[in-house]
Ligand binder design. Structure first.
Ligand code: FAD
Ligand code: SF4
Ligand code: SF4
Ligand code: SF4
Length: 389
């Protein structure tokens, strides 16, 4: 005897209340149960309609991002929302023609489909450049200019920044900057982990109570934990206001590996004036410009970076990156009220010029953020393909 799928009661096969879904007939005890069931189908149609004008997403994308890498939880949400999808041999698979409506992709618990899930809470997005002539930044020099503004306006006592070692070229040295000169010499990116927390502790021990702190998401997360965790040092014993300036970050490399890689290319670190990562390429300025595929540096990538999923330093007050902006500009995400207010004030006081980032720029940020979020999912596949972590 058939069972009504809504109320779970046995129903007479001759009931007038019937519906067909995925070529199967369902029987209901009453019109009310049938309407409820049909309503579920209608909601799929409604979601389909609302996704109609968005990017076309086919089942192939769900297969590539979730099923093939082996991270499908077999919850069945995709199959339940489409008549041409079923779980076959323990995997969701097509049983008919996919119309690329995107419904299955949007139901899956493993896909990332909102901006907030990709880049965290953001109040506003900008592209900006420094108006301070001495600042020679990695992109628009905005981080350095924000620090100069905060320091010169008396909003911070010091800044925790990273400079290049005088003894070993391109080795990162974290310092407590307490002068305009120190802040200016910290401009530029060094693609090696910097032990910034030691300097943060030194700054507090030296008496700073308002500190500008610069670092990628793993450093910002450490500040956040030390401030908020019940056993965090900054929570328990020390009191300091920390302005968190986060850097977008895809990778860092171990210093010796990077050194030997470049030496192998005939480029000693002592001759390098600039390093930049752009569009999957590692660019090095050393007299002339050199360019290498980023993948060649995989072996020297820090293990922590292969499991890191936060591109944009989501716990910062302000986040800064190169992606999304034209050359000579920095992309800025204002996250907190404090961050937004200080950024606008820095413009009013002539330290930075701010422009709108625009949809195209933001989409580039979202795409890079997604690549970082899903890299964890690819670990299984990388191991299977013999590429290691
Ligand atoms: C390791 C690393 C990886 C990055 N990866 C990306 C990326 O994939 N995509 C992207 O869009 N942007 C990335 N960035 C950010 C980008 O390179 C710029 O830092 C950012 O756009 C700000 O540019 P700016 O000219 O305004 O900064 P600047 O005014 O040049 O200031 C740079 C600041 O970075 C700090 N800094 C430099 N190296 C380190 C370090 N190793 N650890 C902590 N702080 C450091 C300095 O103290 C300085 O305050 C990365 C940065 C770093 C350090
Ligand atoms: S038709 Fe089905 S399989 Fe294709 S995208 Fe839509 S829900 Fe997914
Ligand atoms: S919705 Fe996602 S996790 Fe659930 S079965 Fe489908 S592919 Fe797997
Ligand atoms: S990729 Fe992540 S773990 Fe690695 S340096 Fe950047 S923020 Fe830190």
């Amino acid at each position: 005897m058939p069972v009504d799928p809504i109320c779970n009661q046995n129903v007479d096969e001759k009931t007038p209340f019937k519906s067909v879904y995925k070529n199967k007939e369902y029987h209901f005890c009453s019109d009310a149960c049938k309407k409820k069931y049909d309503e579920l189908d209608k909601s799929v149609i409604r979601v389909r309609r609302s996704l109609k004008d968005k990017e076309k997403i086919s089942f192939g994308k769900l297969r590539r991002e979730v099923i093939d890498p082996g991270i499908c939880t077999l919850c069945g949400a995709c199959a339940a929302s489409c008549e041409v999808l079923s779980v076959v041999n323990g995997k969701p698979a097509l049983t008919g023609k996919c119309t690329a409506c995107g419904v299955c992709y949007n139901q899956c618990p493993r896909t990332i489909t909102t901006e907030k899930a990709l880049i965290g809470t953001v109040r506003d997005v900008f592209t900006a450049k420094s108006l301070v002539p001495e600042v020679k930044g990695q992109d628009g020099g905005v981080v350095t200019s924000m620090l100069l503004y905060a320091f010169e306006e008396g909003l911070i006592d010091s800044a925790v920044v990273t400079v290049k070692s005088d003894d070993e070229p391109w080795k990162p040295i974290p310092i407590v900057a307490q002068s305009r000169e120190d802040i200016l010499r910290s401009a530029g990116s060094i693609y090696v982990h910097s032990l910034t927390m030691e300097s943060l502790m030194s700054a507090i021990k030296q008496g700073s109570r308002s500190i500008g702190f610069v670092g990628p998401s793993c450093n910002i997360d450490a500040v956040d934990k030390m401030t908020k965790s019940p056993y965090g040092l900054l929570h328990m014993f020390m009191r300091a206001n920390i302005l968190k300036l986060g850097l977008f970050c895809m990778d860092t490399f171990n210093y010796d590996g990077l050194k030997s890689y470049l030496e192998g290319k005939g480029i000693p670190l002592s001759t390098v004036s600039e390093m930049k990562i752009k569009k999957g390429m590692f660019r090095v300025g050393a007299g002339s410009e050199h360019e290498f595929p980023l993948g060649e540096l995989d072996a020297y990538r820090n293990g922590s970076c292969t499991v890191c999923t936060d591109l944009t330093a989501e716990k910062s007050d302000l986040s800064f990156g190169g992606v999304g902006s034209k050359d000579g500009y920095t992309t800025v995400l204002a996250r907190t009220g404090l961050g937004l207010e200080l950024f606008n004030d820095a413009e009013d006081r002539g330290y930075v010029r701010i422009e709108e980032l625009g949809r195209e720029g933001l989409d580039k940020v979202l795409n890079q953020a997604k690549a970082k979020k899903v890299q964890m999912y690819m670990i299984k596949k990388r191991i299977k393909d013999g590429k290691g972590l």
